[in-house]
Design a binder for this molecule. Structure first.
Ligand code: PGA
Length: 275
């Protein structure tokens, strides 16, 4: 299946999720960060190809750059999408170490992460840089998954809403009306890799808030946004989080590193359907 066809398939499925009689659709994404070897990745991809995935779940794998060709080769005929963990904000040229959106498109990527909190914290990526990366991906028909999230201090002080709003506003400034075509991953920094997650109430409130900010930035036009939750997602908590309004899927890190635990997340969301 071609990259565009997969992206289109996911979009069509996701749009159906709002039909009252339809089952809610979810994206289940795996962010492998700087982990795994060629051998492990090939074995994982093979397992995913052999896994039954209900049609209302859409899997996206984010391998490290050098392994994208394995995804390209092994997922070619599968309804499993894949993408990159980052993308350059420039088109091409003397930017040693950077990977362009055109290169990702060449490798068959349908998606890219942009502005993961680790990129923001360790590599100084500002919301403006993140927005330009997302916009560049869109130019090449790659769907950016823009990661936003607050630190623990920002959550505790109550400043988190302003922080999240600011991150979305910066994205809107650059992506403009195409913001609606981006996926937003809400990942509280304090929940990433810690095993601590916000309460269900907090997730519900925050996702609703993010939805409202997106709607207002996009002039309430359409309002079909995809908002993923990320941060210590695992097979034990995924089903409950899935029941929260405005949660359209998950971005899993640690729990996506072993095929077994990632497949268990898929299984949990498959049992008795979702909503
Ligand atoms: P985690 O990571 O699931 O290990 O918390 C999520 C992420 O960083 O995307």
């Amino acid at each position: 299946m071609e990259r565009r066809e997969i992206a289109q398939l996911v979009r069509t499925h996701m749009e159906r999720r709002l039909e009252p009689e339809g089952k809610k659709e979810y994206i289940v994404a795996a962010n492998w960060k700087m982990n795994m070897s060629a051998k492990e990745i090939k074995a994982f991809l093979k397992e995913i190809c052999d896994t039954d995935v209900p049609e209302y779940l859409h899997i996206i794998i984010f391998p490290p750059f050098p392994y994208l060709p394995y995804a390209q080769e092994m997922l070619r005929y599968e309804a499993v999408a894949y993408g990159a963990q980052d993308v350059a904000e420039q088109d091409k040229g003397a930017y040693t170490g950077e990977i362009s959106a055109a290169m990702l498109a060449d490798c068959g990527c349908s998606y890219t992460l942009a502005g993961h909190s680790e990129r923001r914290a360790y590599y100084g990526e500002t919301s403006d840089v993140v927005a330009r990366k997302a916009s560049k991906a869109l130019e090449y028909e790659i769907v950016p998954v823009i990661c936003i999230g607050e630190t623990l201090e920002e959550r505790r002080s109550g400043a988190y809403k302003e922080v999240l709003k600011g991150q979305i506003e910066e994205a809107a400034k650059v992506c403009k009306e195409r913001l609606a075509q981006c996926i937003i991953a809400y990942e509280p920094v304090w929940a990433i890799g810690t095993g601590v997650i916000p309460t269900i109430k907090e997730i519900g409130e925050t996702h609703r808030y993010i939805h409202d900010v997106l709607a207002s930035e996009c002039n309430n036009a359409g309002g079909r946004f995809q908002i993923l939750y990320g941060g210590s997602v695992n097979e034990s908590n995924v089903k409950e989080i899935a029941s929260v309004p405005f949660v359209d899927g998950f971005l899993a890190g640690g729990a996506s590193l072993k095929a077994e635990s990632f497949k268990n997340i898929i299984k949990r969301l498959s049992l008795d359907g979702c909503l």
